[in-house]
Design a protein around this ligand. Structure first.
Ligand SMILES: *Cc1c(COP(=O)(O)O)cnc(C)c1O
Length: 387
């Protein structure tokens, strides 16, 4: 049996995969089983921040691997403590909880918000507002947070306590009036929801109501974070100061790592026993993350912005392209052709792109060379204009 048949037989059918088996790669180039090369404009799903097998990252990860691969959280371990320090210094957040995925990072954020609201405003104040077309994860609680009914329907009942609203000031104010609200949880660019950035006006509204009503702001930066949007975290583009920030995907540079950063209001909500994770803060993952985070500095971020402008310029107004949305190197392309078909044809022509709803979605490695970016985007343009 070949790889595709074995997968069909033995791996749970939760994914609809591209017919491509990735063997290895380097930087933003991926090789399949037959040695055919592809330009990678997805970096996993915004995970391989510095591309495949980045040398500095490998050095950091392998150095840690030769010392100890796991310690449990019963003992102190330097890489995760150093990473927590670096994250707090870079963001102004106060404390970090480590887990292994975006969904887990969000679970911790939700627990922190509920605890804060219960202590401060009473046990009946627990509602968390999230946005229509948001995505926050696959566990039953983060699915409940996810504002897309299509994901809910087969798994009811979900965790109660979530309401969804349009990212518009009036809709938000109405929702706040109708519920006892503990927190507003949001992506500054809804990724899975179609790469849709939040409006300035809505960002200003959430900042204002959060301040006036003592409602916590939870920024889900799982996809938008770690340099993806041209700032270290996407909320920084909007001048927001969230109380809780979650991230995962790109932080580990390819190894699983989730973090929940707690700001001043919530830094002390947890005491021993209230949350935990066996693998959370794994030293190998954290050593890799330190290498990634350390290189996402101002010069590097300016370069991400330049590459973003480069892609927008190439695509805007191109034949077969209706519009281009996103921030930094998180880019959505509304094409005349169905997005899935574009992705399929791009793959056949040696370029890997993702989709989100009806958009083609690009999440290239942040350090992708211009030459590959240009080649890749030209292939997309050609696919878009051909019948
Ligand atoms: C991917 C994603 C998640 C879920 O992350 P997992 O690591 O798959 O659990 C949550 N929120 C956002 C915004 C995401 O893009």
């Amino acid at each position: 049996m070949n790889i595709f048949e074995l997968d069909d037989l033995y791996v749970a059918h939760t994914y609809s995969r591209f017919p491509l088996s990735i063997k290895k790669g380097h930087g933003s180039v991926v090789l399949d089983e037959n040695g055919k090369e592809y330009i990678d404009l997805g970096s996993g799903i915004a995970v391989n921040s510095f591309g495949i097998c980045d040398e500095e990252w490998i050095k950091a990860v392998s150095a840690q691997l030769t010392m100890v691969q796991h310690t449990s959280n019963l003992y102190y371990s330097e890489p995760c403590i150093k990473l927590a320090e670096a994250l707090c210094i870079r963001t102004g957040m106060k404390m970090v909880f480590f887990s292994n995925s975006g969904a887990e990072a969000n679970e911790c954020a939700i627990k922190a918000a509920r605890k804060y609201a219960e202590d401060k405003k009473g046990a009946d104040c627990f509602t968390i507002i999230t946005l229509n077309n948001s995505f926050h994860g696959r566990t039953l609680t983060t699915l409940a947070a996810t504002g897309q009914e299509a994901f809910h329907k087969d798994f009811l009942p979900l965790t109660p306590g979530f309401v969804h609203c349009e990212p518009e000031p009036e809709a938000l104010l109405k929702t706040i009036f109708e519920h006892k609200v503990a927190a507003i949880m949001f992506e500054v660019v809804r990724g899975e929801g179609g790469v849709v950035p939040m409006s300035r006006e809505f960002a200003d509204t959430i900042a204002e109501v959060a301040k006036n009503e003592d409602i916590l702001l939870i920024a889900d930066e799982v996809q938008t974070g770690n340099g993806r949007c041209g700032k270290l975290y996407g909320y920084m583009k909007y001048g927001l100061t969230p109380d809780i920030v979650t991230t995962a995907k790109g932080l580990g540079g390819g190894l699983p790592l989730g973090v929940t950063m707690l700001g001043e209001k919530v830094e002390n909500v947890f005491s021993p026993g209230m949350n935990g994770s066996t693998f959370g803060g794994n030293p190998v993952c954290c050593a890799g993350a330190l290498s990634i985070l350390g290189r996402i500095n101002d010069d590097f971020l300016a370069e991400v912005e330049k590459k973003s402008e480069f892609v927008f310029k190439m695509l805007e107004g191109a034949e077969g392209v209706e519009n281009v949305t996103g921030l930094g190197l998180m880019i959505g392309i509304k094409t005349k052709k169905p997005a899935k078909q574009v992705a399929q044809e791009c793959m056949e022509k040696g370029v890997l792109v993702l989709t989100a709803k009806d958009k083609v979605r690009l999440l290239p490695a942040l350090n992708i060379p211009y030459e590959l970016l240009e080649k890749g985007v030209n292939v997309i343009k050609n696919v878009c204009l051909a019948e």
